[in-house]
Design a protein around this ligand. Structure first.
Ligand code: PLP
Length: 456
């Protein structure tokens, strides 16, 4: 075990980690990074195929973002944001509202994805109070959604093994089934369905709309729920139902924002006007923490009043609009233009698509899904019945461990192996990642008892 990893275990408690497992599998010590590669102290490297938890956009160690951070540090590292402002925040608010859906003209800053969601939930809730609709206080969420780990964000996330223990702590939203085409909640097949999966959501809104503040969803990709990519028509219909029943629409683009799906925002694929948009992760290309909640002028106006202080949005975080984070975000946005990031993504998308399609002939690959620079493989015990692997056979974990030996970080979501590389990934790197993963999954399929080996 690396000396630093040993010292780490003396004091550090890692996220999402059973620390007892660390005795056998200590954390991998990373000393530096460049582009797609994370290096340990011996010069070994790992491909960061999941963008260090979905936030790295332009690659590690990008000179432009580093320069912007250093420059900002020379003038202002931080200042409180109530009663004060600064250039990077003003410029960033201008820039972000110029690329976001047109109706979103106001920006509230926070410092991570969960807080950007908390702000949207609280703003929606308070908006209805401020406008005399105290009865509108419930939320609707999709049952495999994920919006963060703080209590509010957790409450509107799907119930999972990770958050079930906190159930008594959470408020209860209405839950609609996720549009999970591979395991369709309505028992239909994509291609011949009429989007029956949205009917329960409509029923909830029809029956309870007058008591509902907002519908929250991740547009097009339910990321932590299993990289579930769903039809654009579902998003369009959900947005129109929200309008019809006078319920706010909160789109959580924390994972999908900043080019990930092939457009700047997943919402750009469709013509919708959300009431709130939550942003974080890729906004600084993953260099520094930052969260943004965008909303409309109409919602913002409901909080303004010359004498009624109860209308004020009394919410904030110490590092709200940290200038160095904002400077990193501005540099990251510049790079989109200077390096034609979206053009590059479109150029490389066919490699992602065809590389993933090649997995279909492996017997344990049940579903293959992709959009932009996201690809996912759902591994199953039986393709015919879609039977999952039993808990004892942690196939995702097996592949993760095997991947580390081949320089890949394939941190799975249960039995779902996915790819979420920085958008700066080079073609040759992407091919290596896909081909090596293919050989790892082929080899895992050979070891599946009772199954025919590999290709079928
Ligand atoms: C869609 C979505 N929303 C919110 C969050 C929470 O973000 P954070 O981990 O920065 O709190 C995540 C994190 O993965 C996410 O994927």
């Amino acid at each position: 075990m690396n000396n630093m990893a040993r010292r780490d275990l003396r004091h550090i408690w890692h996220p999402y980690t059973q620390m007892e497992d660390c005795r056998e599998f200590p954390p991998v010590f990373i000393e530096r990074a460049k582009g797609l590669k994370l290096y340990d102290d011996k010069g070994n490297f790992y491909y960061d195929t999941i963008s260090s938890w979905w936030c790295n956009v332009h690659g590690h160690n990008h000179p432009k973002i580093k320069r912007a951070i250093r420059k900002q540090l020379d003038s202002l590292e931080h200042v409180l944001f109530a009663g004060f402002t600064h250039r990077p925040a003003v410029l960033l608010a201008e820039r972000i509202t110029s690329v976001a859906p047109r109706n979103l003209g106001k920006v509230f800053f926070s410092d991570n994805g969960s807080t950007s969601v908390e702000c949207a939930l609280k703003m929606s809730f308070q908006y209805w109070r401020n406008t005399g609709r105290k009865d509108k206080k419930k939320f609707v969420a999709l049952d495999r959604g994920y919006h963060g780990d703080t209590v509010g964000a957790m409450s509107v996330s799907g119930v999972s093994a990770f958050n079930a223990i906190f159930r008594d702590l959470m408020f209860r939203p209405f839950r609609a089934p996720a549009p999970y085409c591979y395991r369709c909640p309505a028992g239909k097949e994509r291609g011949s369905c009429s989007l029956e999966c949205i009917n329960p959501l409509e029923a909830i809104l029809r029956k309870n709309g007058s008591g509902i503040a907002a519908l929250i969803l991740e547009p097009l990709v339910m990321a932590a729920g299993g990289m579930i990519i769903y039809p654009k028509e579902y998003l369009v219909k959900a947005a129109s139902l929200a309008k019809k029943y006078n319920v706010h629409l909160i789109v959580d683009e924390v994972a999908t924002g900043f080019g990930r799906t092939g457009e700047m925002f997943a919402c750009d694929y469709v013509n919708i006007e959300p009431d709130f948009m939550c942003l974080s992760k890729g906004i600084t290309s993953g260099y520094l923490p930052l969260g943004l909640t965008l909303t409309s002028d109409a919602i913002y106006d409901a909080f303004r009043h010359a004498s009624d202080r109860t209308r004020t949005f009394y919410h904030g975080h110490t590092y709200t609009a940290n200038p160095v984070s904002c400077a990193a975000a501005l540099a990251a946005l510049d790079i989109f233009r200077e390096e034609d990031t979206l053009g590059r993504v479109r150029d490389i998308m066919p490699i992602m698509r065809s590389g993933l399609e090649d997995f279909r002939d492996i017997s344990i690959v049940g579903d293959v899904r992709h959009i932009g620079m996201i690809g996912a493989l759902e591994l199953v015990r039986d393709r015919g019945t879609k039977e999952e692997f039993p808990d004892g056979r942690k196939i995702g974990l097996e592949i993760y461990k095997a991947g580390l030996k081949r320089s890949l970080i394939l941190r799975p979501l249960g039995n779902i192996i996915y790819f979420f590389p920085p958008l700066s990934v080079r073609k040759i790197e992407l091919r290596y990642i896909l081909e090596t993963t293919r050989s790892l999954i082929m080899s895992a399929s050979r070891h599946c008892k009772g199954r025919r080996p590999e290709a079928i």
